[in-house]
Design a protein around this ligand. Structure first.
Ligand SMILES: Cc1cc2nc3c(=O)[nH]c(=O)nc-3n(C[C@H](O)[C@H](O)[C@H](O)COP(=O)(O)O)c2cc1C
Length: 364
């Protein structure tokens, strides 16, 4: 059993997987359910000075590949959270991060009301545009009003991610959460010719597995630029995704969409898969792999223009023809139920290795 503990800006978590702001943290009951199912802590859904009025329908799942939503922030007033929810969000001593937004005026109202419940804050910048000035204003206001750690949650679409990270660190952020959902995006129900989302524009925001590469790039750029810890959030649906985020430099991760489509048991499953991967690869803790991709990429000296044909482990090859069918260069043929690679024709693109169901094909 690997050591899954993490420390994030002074907060101790028994594992790296916590509940991201959204429906799985919409009230105390759902938070407790997720914690019972293995989540190590929570970000309570973002509150603002006004309760959100949410256009409906506000969620649509696209076969587990991606997901659209128009949920804005909590439809519950902060007064409701204070009276009914915040103090019931802990099963044991799991850290409670309170999600809040958006501009300095909101923060001035919110922090004095909720400071006693928060172990830390996560400030969303989702609806303030991608300009850094209002983000820094909000951050500075929060830092002035509380002694609790303040984490800034960034949305994709900023130009220089590393510079944004440096500015946030310089202005007192205790951690960064990357990323919020991607968009705005559009999807259309072709039976009605109308968007799936009930927003006036029909637009929604994308989350789920499709956005993971965007998240990874943000986490990686931030981790290279800052010394404060990073929560990776966006597209995490399995233990291997947690490993990937940590290799990109994340300290911990948050999960939202997977817990919507699968329910709260997603948390325990992802934690177990993370541990199993570490065990099966001989690692004793997440510290041993944190930032591994940053270290490895720093050593890359060329652009890899060389063509390297995949090698075949014929013991693993089952002759399924997937590689033969997908090869855009007709470099693979199945003969006697085994793949034969013509290295003179092979372009070294690697797509066959990504599709091989038995991992028989590999590029060294
Ligand atoms: C239905 C829904 C509601 C969300 N509500 C919030 C929110 O209130 N505050 C916030 O910062 N992020 C919110 N998010 C964004 C998630 O916290 C997360 O950043 C994003 O969905 C990417 O992670 P995922 O792929 O694990 O869902 C919401 C996402 C979804 C799908």
């Amino acid at each position: 059993m690997a050591n899954l503990n993490i420390k994030f800006a002074g907060l101790n978590y028994k594992n790296p997987v916590i509940i991201g702001a959204g429906p799985p943290s919409k009230d105390a009951e759902t938070i407790i359910e997720a914690i019972k199912n293995g989540a190590a802590g929570a970000v309570a859904k973002t509150v603002s000075s006004q309760a959100a009025v949410i256009p409906k329908p506000c969620m649509h799942d696209f076969k587990g590949k991606h997901f659209l939503n128009t949920e804005l922030w909590s439809e519950l007033a902060v007064e409701h959270w204070i009276e009914n929810e915040y103090e019931n969000c802990k099963l044991n001593d799991e850290p409670l991060i309170i999600g809040m937004g958006y501009v300095a005026k909101d923060i001035e109202k919110l922090i004095p009301l909720i400071d006693r419940f928060a172990d830390a804050y996560e400030i969303s910048s989702h609806y303030v545009g991608r300009d850094i000035t209002p983000m820094l204003e909000t951050l500075k206001t929060a830092k002035r009003l509380t002694k609790k750690p303040v984490f800034m949650k960034i949305s994709p679409g900023v130009g220089d991610i590393g510079e944004l990270g440096r500015q946030l660190e310089l202005n007192g952020a205790d951690g960064i959460v990357a990323i919020n959902s991607v968009g705005p995006c559009l999807s259309i129900d072709i039976e009605t010719g109308m968007p799936h989302m009930g927003s006036q524009t029909g637009y929604g925001w994308m989350s789920g597995p499709a956005i993971k590469p965007i998240t990874l790039r943000h986490v990686y750029e931030l981790a290279k630029a800052v010394n404060i810890p990073i929560f990776g959030v966006g597209g995490i649906s399995k233990g291997e995704d947690v490993i990937e985020m940590v290799m990109a430099g994340a300290t911990g991760v948050q999960v939202c969409t997977q817990a919507i489509v699968e329910g709260p048991k997603a948390f325990g499953r992802i934690v177990k898969e993370t541990n199993d991967w570490l065990d099966s690869h001989g690692y004793r803790s997440l510290d041993e792999i944190r930032g591994l991709a940053i270290k490895n990429l720093a050593q890359r000296t060329s652009n890899n223009y060389e063509t390297i044909a995949p090698t075949l482990n014929s013991n693993l090859c089952v002759g399924c023809s997937i590689c033969e069918n997908i090869c855009p260069y007709n470099a693979i043929e199945i003969k006697e139920k085994k793949a034969i690679i013509d290295s003179k024709v092979c372009f070294g693109c690697g797509v066959c290795t990504s599709k091989c169901p038995t991992k028989a094909l590999n590029i060294a």
